[in-house]
Write a protein that binds this ligand. Sequence first.
Ligand code: ZN
Length: 163
Amino acid sequence: MLQPAAIDGLAFVRAAGALKGRLGIETLPRLAQSGCSASVLDFVLTGAINERGKPELRLAVQGSVRLQCQRCLGNMDFPLRFEAQLELATTEAEILAADDDVERVVAGREMKVAGLVEDEVILALPMVPKHEQCRAAEESGGGAKPSAFEALAALKKRSSSGG
Ligand SMILES: [Zn+2]
């Protein structure tokens, strides 16, 4: 079954719509531009009326994207798992006038599903991606001084992995 590429926001909420899919990097051009080289993202998009009585889209995303570590410039697979709620507003002005932390988008008749997912994924990514345990940091000896045992283990590893 083919997934629709776009939804009519308000109709989707009225119908209590639900949409499931998987997106690869080829459908996420802005993510690709931001230095992401691969991704597989599964999403579930549902429409509902929220606790304020407003129509909203709920998006759950799970998967991973490949980023470039800004310290060693190596590849880094960044796992993603989050849920977002997007209240549908009628106009851009309504969004600007709102004085709260609610995330809103203008309801459209053709809201691109990949674009909605992409927006939220971009928000969820680190500003400066870095390995949690980066090779570059180890080699430059930055940070905490390694204990004698750690230094010994590192030496062993280096001599045993010669090649
Ligand atoms: Zn790194």
